[in-house]
Design a protein around this ligand. Structure first.
Ligand code: ZN
Length: 304
């Protein structure tokens, strides 16, 4: 990174003392591992940060293949933000290759994680489930961790970060209450949802929904024919009506399973990524609202 002189020596003389006393700093360069984390950092950081996410909209962060441009983004970063809990397995090598010395903040720090393997996937008992972003209460804790990391990196903006963080948190705690209200009419015993991979256990814990999944907490391992057959039987037996494809995966396996079980696909859930800008879930708040209202609608559908 080249250092440039901010002012030509001759220019100093003509600037008023106030202009010199209040220099406008360039935005803090922050790199987030994936789109949802990037959105949180933009909300807290405002104009004082410039955030880039490595894994973009609708992309699967479990199986990401970094490009050379990703190493360049890291090399220029002043702060790197990750989820942790084994989510970004590809990141340590990329950071090493980039030569980045930027401080790193782990958004899951201090969060009570769930263990993997609660669904019908192949996760080992020692695997921790990284998908805490589907529980707004845990996200509130993560926002404080991110706010503090931004403030350490840019102390002059700490007040603004704190103010923006509090305002943002108030917005999604209101949404949290809205989600509870949407699901309230549905008997807890009927709240069963099938998704492609086991990404929604935190949502399930927060809102009393039971999730079935074709794959485990990671999207890498393929589902076996036997596990798919057992899942179809279970969908029929338990009359699961809410079946969803995910924005990060090929919808065909879910569609086939739904067809064989006599269920209808209730739409798309945004599991591990935002939608593209302008889409129906291009912010975390829209993602949470979309997922919850789509599930509530599908669960209230009368069996055919
Ligand atoms: Zn996932």
């Amino acid at each position: 990174m080249k250092r440039r002189h901010l002012l030509a020596p001759g220019l100093l003389a003509v600037l008023s003392p106030t202009a010199i006393a209040t220099p406008v700093a360039a935005p803090l360069r922050v790199v987030a591992s994936f789109s949802i984390l990037g959105d949180w950092l933009r909300e807290i950081g405002g104009d004082a940060v410039r955030v880039e996410a490595l894994v973009g909209p609708d992309a699967d962060a479990h199986v990401f293949n970094p490009r050379p441009s990703d190493a360049r983004k890291l090399a220029e970063a002043e702060l790197v933000a990750v989820i942790g809990l084994g989510f970004e397995g590809w990141l340590p090598r990329l950071i090493k290759a980039s030569g980045s010395r930027a401080p790193m903040v782990q958004a899951s720090e201090g969060i009570q994680p769930l263990k993997g393997g609660h669904g019908h996937g192949h996760a080992h008992a020692h695997d921790l489930d990284p998908h805490f972003w589907h529980d707004p209460l845990r996200v509130a804790k993560a926002l404080h961790t991110l706010r503090d990391a931004l403030s350490r990196a840019r102390p002059a903006e700490a007040e603004g970060f704190a103010r923006r963080c509090a305002a943002y948190e108030a917005q999604f705690m209101a949404l949290h209450a809205q989600v509870q209200a949407w699901l309230a009419p549905i008997p807890v015993a009927e709240r069963r949802v099938l998704t492609h991979h086991d990404a929604f256990a935190y949502f399930g814990k927060a809102y009393g929904v039971q999730f079935l999944a074709i794959k485990g907490i990671n999207t890498e391992a393929e589902a076996t024919a036997g596990s798919v057959a057992r899942l179809i039987q279970r969908l029929r037996r338990e009359r699961v009506r809410a079946v969803f494809v995910e924005n990060i995966s090929d919808p065909r396996l879910v569609q086939r399973i739904a067809a064989e079980a006599g269920a209808t696909v209730g739409g798309r859930l945004y599991s591990d990524a935002l939608s593209a800008p302008g889409g129906e879930a291009d912010t975390y708040l829209k993602l949470l609202a979309h997922n919850a209202s789509a599930m509530a609608t599908a669960l209230q559908r009368k069996p055919s």
